[in-house]
Ligand binder design. Structure first.
Ligand code: M6R
Length: 609
């Protein structure tokens, strides 16, 4: 998704902007650009494709300046092209970078064209810059004009704006899309997330909804949505510039797969005493909230939705807690009925997913009294807007394909199952058992990661495939869904997941010797049923790859390959069976030569609807 970097410094800002853009690459983008002001003149460079293309352009034709804004664009309105890349400018005096969507761009554009403004792009963003220029024509001062201009905008935006008439001032606005201010020594920066600015500062101010900041070298003034001057706290980030490095790994995704034992140990750290969950880890109001609730409604998107699907099995099977789950983008427009005393549980790696945030708002509008976020980014919008929070502590996840965020979400969700389940039918003995199993996870995952070489070889069978099916049952059906999502996301192979029992109701027609069928087969009460489903595929010549508990007798044959997965306790086994599927997608994508960490068309943090 679009990324913003900007700054006012006592040095040439261009290298800082470029480094910031590189650090935002993981969000996904198709073009990049920057603009600076030097001696009251605006200079701009834009390029289709990667930031390194923009960097090459700047090497040939450099620009300099102490104040500037930069952007990576993820196309929404208008195709990826240099003309549509940001910054957008008006009369070569004002430049804007934007993350979000201006919903009323069409009427604004029409009115501006009638007034003689010439549009050079198809973007919604270009209306912002011309609208601002037009406002400045009859308004005293850059800041005042920005304040008036944003009142005309409907939709979501994070903005960085510079203007040659006040060449020392950078203005930042936030409504519906995240923006942080980095506090340097005698300099300030802005960015879509802290990762962009870690080489220059670890001190951050998180702008709130409706904030407008006027920033110069020695002065930062923030106005809230009511136009009052406000002081926002400066927070010290625990992250360093190195924490988002790839190290010796070829891709972030592989690094993040391998980080899972540590990430899960962090997710558990300090949250149990003697195998008893300390429920204040959800926040100081946790006990009060959990005492009241009668059911759970989970809202999430993509991989986070899959984590929620697993949790629904856990809530209902282990603790008899009624639990619903829905994709956030559907919930927000369905006008659903919410039972009284339902706890809204949102799950999001980034905490900035527009659909999930909107679904939470919708749940509140429908009367939900309490919300809880399972999230990986401490200062995110979702965290700020929820009553209770459980941080997943996965550490920064850079690969667009979610890996460690997913398994730590599952870990965190199991903690929630314990906390709520205690008030239902989850006994102390069950809690002790689940806790002790959770603490075994890091070692178990280390053991599963040893399948790496075997899976690398297996991946070779996929390089030429166009389709794949994933099967699972019970709480492993969402793991099959997650396996299919990973494969399509990074290898571009079409993949579908089915509950294995559903196969005979239609998808069995797809089975032939060209169709790989990946099956998740842990040793649980559904295993015998699953074996019958495997037979159905085998009898029709399907190419089965079965991830199976090592303690089970295997029945490999010409068209059935068995991968033995280390034995694992029943309840936590969805977490374990995720790992080989992540490795499989990764190695298939590497063989296919795709852009593993930034797959085409996708963004890490989906901040638009
Ligand atoms: O940041 P979130 O967890 O809210 O993101 C939700 C989805 O966009 C995300 O999980 C997406 O499906 C991933 N790319 C999957 O790997």
């Amino acid at each position: 998704m679009c990324g913003i970097v900007g700054g006012v410094a006592q040095r040439n800002i261009v290298p800082i902007l470029l480094e910031g853009l590189k650090r935002l690459e993981y969000r996904g983008y198709d073009s990049a650009g920057l603009a600076v002001i030097n001696n009251q003149t605006l200079f701009r460079k834009r390029e289709l494709g990667k930031v390194k293309g923009l960097e090459a352009l700047l090497q040939v034709d450099p620009i300099f300046g102490p104040i500037g804004i930069a952007h990576t664009r993820w196309a929404t309105h208008g195709k990826p092209s240099t003309e549509n890349a940001h910054p957008h400018v008006s009369s070569n005096k004002v430049a804007v970078v934007h993350n979000g969507i201006i919903e009323n761009h069409e009427p604004l554009r029409g009115a501006l064209i009638d007034e003689g403004y010439l549009f050079t792009s198809e973007t919604d963003t270009e209306v912002i810059v011309h609208q601002l220029y037009q406002t400045m024509e009859h308004t005293q001062g850059f800041l005042k004009a920005v304040k008036l201009m944003v009142k005309k905008l409907e939709g979501a935006y994070a903005l960085g704006i510079i203007c040659t008439e006040e060449p020392d001032t950078l203005i930042a606005c936030r409504k519906g899309s995240p923006l942080v201010i980095g506090v340097g020594i005698g300099e300030y920066f802005i960015a879509s997330d802290v990762a962009a600015l870690l080489p220059v500062t670890q001190r951050f101010i998180f702008l709130e909804e409706g904030d407008i900041a006027s920033i110069s070298i020695d002065k930062l003034i923030i106005y809230d949505a009511n136009d009052e001057v406000v002081t926002r706290p400066v927070k010290e980030s625990q992250l360093t510039a190195d924490s988002v490095d790839k190290g010796d790994y070829r891709h972030y995704m592989l690094k993040e797969i391998y980080e899972q034992p540590f990430a899960i140990s962090q997710a558990l750290e300090g949250r149990f005493i003697n195998n008893r969950l300390q429920e204040n880890c959800f926040g100081h109001k946790a006990a009060e909230v959990f005492d009241t609730i009668k059911s759970i409604q989970i809202l999430a998107c993509g991989t986070s939705y899959h984590a929620g699907l697993v949790a629904r099995y856990w809530f209902e099977r282990l603790a008899r807690v009624p639990c619903n789950i829905e994709v956030a983008s559907e919930f927000r427009y369905r006008n659903p009925v919410l039972a009284e005393n339902t706890l809204i549980v949102t799950i999001s790696q980034s905490g900035e997913t527009a659909d999930t945030l909107a679904a939470l708002q919708e749940a509140k509008r429908l009367g939900a009294k309490y919300s809880l976020a399972i999230c990986n980014v401490p200062e995110s919008s979702l965290v700020r807007e929820s009553d209770l929070v459980l941080m997943t502590r996965a550490g920064p996840e850079i690969g667009v394909a979610s890996t460690k965020a997913f398994t730590t979400q599952l870990t965190a969700l199991m903690l929630l199952v314990i906390a709520v389940g205690r008030r239902f039918e989850l006994t102390e003995a069950m809690e002790q058992k689940i806790s002790s199993d959770l603490f075994k996870l890091p070692r178990k995952i280390e053991a599963v990661l040893k399948l790496d070489d075997q899976i690398k070889v297996l991946a070779e069978q996929f390089a030429e495939k166009e389709h794949a099916l994933f099967l699972g049952r019970g709480s492993h059906y969402p793991i099959a869904m997650e396996g299919a999502l990973k494969l399509k996301e990074i290898s571009y192979i079409h993949a579908e997941a089915y509950p294995a029992g559903e196969l005979k109701h239609g998808p069995l027609a797809l089975i032939d010797s060209e169709m790989p069928v990946i099956t998740v087969a842990p040793n649980n009460s559904l295993l015998e049923k699953l074996k019958s489903n495997i037979q159905e595929v085998s009898a029709r010549g399907g190419q089965l790859i079965v991830f199976m508990d090592e303690t089970l007798a295997s029945a490999a044959s010409e068209n059935v390959q068995i991968i033995k997965v280390p034995q694992v306790e029943n309840e936590i086994s969805p977490i374990i069976y995720t790992i080989p599927l992540q490795l499989l997608s990764y190695y298939v994508a590497v063989l296919k030569g795709t852009d593993v960490d930034q797959p085409r068309n996708l963004a890490k943090s989906v901040t638009v609807e």
